[in-house]
Write a protein that binds this ligand. Structure first.
Ligand code: COI
Length: 365
């Protein structure tokens, strides 16, 4: 650990969730949080672990008006021997740097991210859930809190890390992956070339909510996004990357357009598939081809991948009011194998042959 941070323990510990099988996704937060400040000329300073509490923020703070902010999504997992570990944090560090550059936010050194996570996780290790399918969601975020209505980058920022014991993002985990209904969104778009689609910023998610509400009207869990220019090619599923298995080959949108989030789970899926000699194509896939494949029976699986979603199978697509079932409508074999291997590596029940896990010196028995 390169950095040591002072800790102020809470005097009012909260009640921990009673039912770990129904945690949902990041609904309760632990007793502490990590906070650090940035000032122009001084850099990042005063990292500290403090009790989790509401922030004092000036109502004219520029993040509340112009959304100059960024975030990351990570998870901590408990191995069978009790050691807590995270997954491919080097990838989060690289993505944070790219997001920070796009948002004119000062780059946060990677060792501060890792040491900040370790510091707060150590204080709240007894919040680590143990039920199958659970983990500790980690939400690092940075926002501009300078008081100004100039639509310009700020000179003062705050970096915070929150922890939330978490279950499945879509639905509940019942020991088996469940498949979701997805609405094909051909009116609203998520990201355009030159925009912020590749970056992890709140605006991408706020702008997506109207589309997700359309999906909910059709009893769908989320949307399949099409490209902004032509509404022709598949891009992402909700807040996750999208994979399509057709005739035993796997397709996913490439990162070249700058509209796709470089998911760490996405990269891990591609690398695992390649190691299993399954052909993977990163490129443009027409939605019309997916529909055709659904109709002629060659569409074998669709699944979403993400830190929150892990691997979430899609059982049907709703397009122009018609439902198209994906194979038998249940979780497919490849999605299940990927989930078992990824979550297994993350939780230490499957050997990490890729060197992806990052154990901390924290043990929870
Ligand atoms: C994640 O997968 O970690 C994300 O940040 C997506 C978010 C909507 C939960």
């Amino acid at each position: 650990m390169k950095n040591r941070f002072p800790v102020t323990r809470t005097t009012h510990p909260k009640e921990k969730p009673q039912d770990e099988n129904n945690l949902g996704f990041a609904k309760v937060f632990t007793d502490h949080m990590f906070v650090m400040d940035y000032d122009e000329g001084q850099g990042w300073h005063d990292g500290r672990v403090v009790p989790y509490e509401p922030l004092q923020i000036d109502p004219a703070s520029c993040v509340l008006h112009y959304a100059q902010m960024m975030f990351e999504g990570m998870k901590a997992y408990r191995r069978p021997d009790g050691v807590l570990q995270i997954f491919r944090p080097d990838m989060n560090i690289k993505r944070m740097a790219r997001t920070a550059e796009r948002m004119c936010i000062p780059e946060l050194p990677g060792d501060i991210l890792i040491d900040g996570i370790e510091a707060v996780l150590r204080e709240d290790a007894d919040w680590m859930p143990k039920a199958p399918g659970t983990s500790m969601y980690i939400r690092p975020f940075i926002f501009a809190d300078e008081v100004s209505f100039s639509a310009l980058w700020a000179n003062h920022y705050r970096f915070i890390i929150l922890l939330a014991p978490t279950g499945a993002y879509y639905g509940s985990f019942t020991g088996k992956l469940s498949a979701s209904r997805i609405y094909v969104q051909d009116k609203y778009i998520r990201a355009a070339r030159g925009g912020t689609g590749f970056a992890k910023v709140g605006g991408n998610y706020g702008g997506a909510m109207r589309a997700a509400r359309d999906a909910a009207e059709y009893h769908c869990k989320d949307v399949l996004w099409l490209d902004a220019a032509e509404h022709k090619y598949v891009e992402e599923i909700g807040t996750s990357n999208a994979f399509f298995r057709i005739n035993d080959e796997v397709y996913t949108a490439s990162l070249d357009s700058g509209t796709i989030l470089p998911g760490i789970t996405r990269d891990s899926v591609i690398r695992l598939l390649k190691s299993w000699n399954i052909p993977v194509h990163e490129g443009k896939l027409e939605f019309a081809k997916v529909l055709e494949a659904a109709k002629d029976g060659s569409l074998q699986e669709i699944f979403a991948s993400g830190t929150a979603a892990v691997i979430s199978p899609i059982g049907s697509l709703t397009f122009e009011g018609v439902d198209y079932q994906v194979a038998d409508g249940e979780a497919g074999p490849l999605a299940t194998k990927l989930y078992t291997n990824l979550y297994g590596m993350q939780t230490g029940t499957v050997e990490d042959t890729m060197g992806w896990t990052y154990p901390f010196d924290i043990v929870v028995k």
